[in-house]
Ligand binder design. Structure first.
Ligand SMILES: NC(=O)c1ccc[n+]([C@@H]2O[C@H](COP(=O)([O-])OP(=O)(O)OC[C@H]3O[C@@H](n4cnc5c(N)ncnc54)[C@H](OP(=O)(O)O)[C@@H]3O)[C@@H](O)[C@H]2O)c1
Length: 321
């Protein structure tokens, strides 16, 4: 009887110790998780804790720079003293943004007209346009999503749509990065920011877009390790909704205006290798990706997209009448 009691006492106290240890470990992880958010979203913008663009080089290159998040990054970087190369399709919009930048910051701008949806030929001419510039930061921002959430086989003009989407979302990030990396490696400094999306964790009915953003996230995380000892910072940004032309969402607490988002995301550069970039998005990410089981998160995303799809199809049908 004594032996059985001894056995029970020894094991129950061992399990109790293990339980306390595990709870303590989870608590420490939770505290670190919250402290990191406080540093990134509260202290970093207040105290300028992030990497300072001017220290990395005199120019910053931004793709998809005439609207939304890209334009907002360009303005934020210019306000921090970087000269800006703006790249997108429409010359008149590029000139307008260049003028807007000149009005708020005493920096130089250079506009490059390029369409990332086609073949890889455009990169030769972009390379020539960038030759001789001391580039400190590359913001790979340009991106394309679905017109509306849809089942893979029912996406309108799906072959052409997916061809363009993969060129814009994947090829541009890959080729712009490989183009600019050599000069950063030679200087042993620089930063590459890749704008992905929170959909990279899974978003049924936006399958190809979400998968392309998973590429961006994985590309960034691997590259960050490859180039850390060469003085280069690589950051993956995966926002939830931001109020832009692409999202067609009015600004609210969880969908900030692009400028508010970009200011916040830029202040985390050098502090967070991978981040949602914005406090409210961190909250959403904590619920969606950390708390909810994966299956439940996917079901929620799916039913949300089904709702958006139903509305979009109704609109399309009404237009046809
Ligand atoms: N908005 C959101 O809620 C959200 C959420 C998560 C992630 N993101 C990501 O954030 C990035 C920016 O999105 P956004 O909402 O700011 O987009 P946006 O407001 O639609 O702006 C897109 C920019 O890209 C340019 N562009 C579009 N197609 C192009 C092409 N083929 N070649 C060259 N430039 C092109 C556009 O200018 P032109 O038309 O003049 O070329 C514009 O400057 C994207 O990668 C997107 O996936 C957005």
């Amino acid at each position: 009887m004594d032996a059985a009691a001894n056995f029970y006492n020894t094991y129950s106290s061992t399990f109790a110790l293990l339980g306390v240890g595990l709870c303590g470990w989870q608590l420490i992880k939770l505290i670190c998780y919250i402290l990191k958010a406080v540093r990134s979203f509260l202290l970093a913008p207040l105290l300028n804790l992030g990497l300072q663009p001017k220290k990395l080089g005199s120019w910053a290159v931004v793709t998809g720079a005439t609207d939304g998040i890209g334009k907002a990054y360009a303005i934020a970087l210019a306000k921090k003293g970087a000269n800006i190369v703006l790249i997108s399709r429409t010359a008149s919009k590029l000139d307008a943004v260049a003028e807007e930048i000149s009005a708020v910051a005493n920096v130089q701008t250079k506009c490059i007209t390029a369409d990332f949806s086609g073949g890889v030929d455009i990169y030769g001419s972009i390379y020539k346009d960038l030759e001789g510039l001391d580039i400190g930061i590359l913001i790979n921002n340009v991106g394309m999503s679905y017109e509306y959430p849809e089942y893979l086989h029912q996406v309108p003009n799906r072959d052409e749509t997916f061809d363009r989407m993969l060129h814009i979302n994947i090829f541009s990030v890959t080729f712009m990065t490989t183009m600019i990396l050599p000069q950063m490696v030679a200087k042993r400094k620089g930063a590459i920011v890749n704008i992905g999306s929170a959909s990279c964790f899974g978003f049924p009915l936006l399958t190809v877009y979400a998968a392309s953003k998973a590429y961006v996230d994985s590309f960034s995380k691997n590259l960050a390790v490859e180039y850390a000892d060469k003085g280069i910072t690589v950051q993956s940004i995966y926002p939830f909704l931001v109020s832009t032309k692409m999202s067609r969402t009015k600004p609210n607490f969880t969908a900030p205006p692009a400028q508010k988002f970009a200011d916040s995301a830029l202040s985390t550069l050098g502090l967070e290798p991978a981040t949602t970039g914005y406090f409210a998005h961190w909250l959403l990410g904590s619920i969606y990706h950390e708390l909810l089981p994966f299956g439940m998160m996917m079901k929620l995303s799916y039913s949300m997209c089904q709702g958006v799809r139903a509305k979009a199809l109704k609109k399309i049908a009404a237009k046809k009448k």
